[in-house]
Write a protein that binds this ligand. Structure first.
Ligand SMILES: NC(=O)c1ccc[n+]([C@@H]2O[C@H](COP(=O)([O-])OP(=O)(O)OC[C@H]3O[C@@H](n4cnc5c(N)ncnc54)[C@H](O)[C@@H]3O)[C@@H](O)[C@H]2O)c1
Length: 358
């Protein structure tokens, strides 16, 4: 049985803790929630009570030295990830580290290298989205896209309220010293990772960024053109807006030579598909979730959880630990996404396309 410490009891720490509680109660994972740790005592206390941790801590060392702890969820603001990872690795604990790993690719590389001796997974959660797993299967030639040909172009719009209000209770995302930047590094690093997963390695990027909210170095608008090794291209528009009532949305459509697929919800939801000379068809949310049972391979009893990719990613993490297999996606995948993020910022600064080394 694994014993978990959650470090950082804010939005995503709470999400993961409640997911782990749910997985344990459903009998899907054998774990103990050992300690909720946060520099803010109230945050630690609240999560301790809410998710049923055995202890709570304000000291990182005290949390990590608890003898029952062998798994650490790193859920602090980005600037603090490296220090928490180092402390956890020094004790040989398995790691789940939230994205972005760090502010730059070289810092991310240092974290990935430091963690090489322990099982480690990064929170690039869209790899566990039922709808994108089905989209990936369709792009590989699953019916009705069996004759759709190669993917050639993608249009991606990702919009979210500027994340310092609503469900976001903290303000660190408006401070580049803590976040590392704005919508590209903090949010659309997920989109970059997803595009790599769906369309393959990225060869070059051309980007423009803008700063409507006047937070220095925290861009709230980014337009990016990606060119892939395959020759396919994608455009991404990533926006942080000021509409409190609007829910975040990812709209992704991909054209193949003789096919087209579109999703506008990022966890589950239906997919629209058109291939060859056929009419457009809709794969319902129910069918997407049924197919996700096969894509993820956790058995029929996991089906009720598969509409929430945070459940699926933690289930996968613990199943990897139980099986002694490397968790996926590992930190090297995150480093590659960071290299693309760095290239996007470089392109936005120089006004030139930036090639990525292979
Ligand atoms: N994968 C996702 O979908 C997703 C979603 C949200 C956030 N995130 C990432 O998770 C991280 C945390 O984001 P959040 O929204 O939960 O932030 P948050 O502000 O809601 O919570 C962060 C918590 O960490 C605590 N903290 C700060 N420094 C600490 C330290 N040194 N030790 C222990 N606790 C400390 C804060 O007091 C706060 O309670 C960020 O890197 C963010 O990018 C990922």
């Amino acid at each position: 049985m694994k014993g978990v410490a959650v470090i950082g009891c804010g939005l995503i720490g709470r999400t993961h803790a409640n997911v782990m509680k749910g997985l344990r109660e459903a009998g899907l994972v054998d774990l103990r929630l050992i300690t909720a740790c946060d520099v803010d005592e109230q945050h630690a206390l609240c999560l301790h009570a809410e998710a049923g941790f055995e202890h709570w801590d304000v000291s990182l060392e005290r949390a990590l030295d608890r003898p029952e702890v062998d798994v650490v969820y790193v859920c602090t603001p980005t600037r603090q990830h490296a220090a928490v990872v180092d402390a956890a690795v020094a004790r040989g604990h398995a790691l789940f580290c939230e994205k972005p790993l760090a502010h730059t690719a070289s810092q991310a590389r240092a974290i990935a290298d430091a963690a090489r001796g322990v099982p480690a997974q990064v929170g690039l959660v869209l790899r566990y989205s039922a709808v994108f797993a089905e989209m990936r299967a369709l792009l590989s030639g699953v019916s009705p896209m069996e004759n759709a040909g190669r993917p050639v172009g993608a249009l991606f719009r990702d919009d979210q309220r500027f994340p310092v209000g609503g469900i976001y209770h903290s303000r660190w995302r408006a401070d580049a010293e803590v976040s590392g930047g704005g919508t590209i590094i903090e949010h659309s690093i997920h989109d970059i990772d997803l595009l790599r997963w769906l369309l393959g390695e990225i060869r070059s990027v051309y980007a423009r960024t803008a700063f409507f909210s006047n937070c220095p170095e925290v861009e709230d608008l980014s337009s990016v053109v990606f060119e892939f090794e395959s020759g396919a291209q994608a455009t991404l528009l990533s926006i942080w807006h000021e509409m409190a009532a609007r829910t975040s949305e990812r709209l992704l459509e991909i054209f193949c030579e003789r096919g087209w697929v579109r999703a506008h919800r990022d966890f589950s939801g239906p997919l629209e598909v058109q291939a060859g000379d056929s009419e457009m068809v809709t794969i319902s949310e129910d069918d997407v979730l049924d197919r996700a049972v096969d894509h993820f391979g956790f058995g029929r009893h996991s089906r009720p959880f598969l509409s929430n990719c945070y459940f699926t990613e933690s289930l996968a993490f613990f199943r990897s630990l139980e099986a002694g297999k490397p968790p996926w996606p590992g930190l090297d995948e995150a480093v590659r996404a960071h290299q693309v993020v760095d290239a996007i910022y470089q392109s936005a600064q120089t006004g030139q396309a930036v090639a990525l080394s292979t």
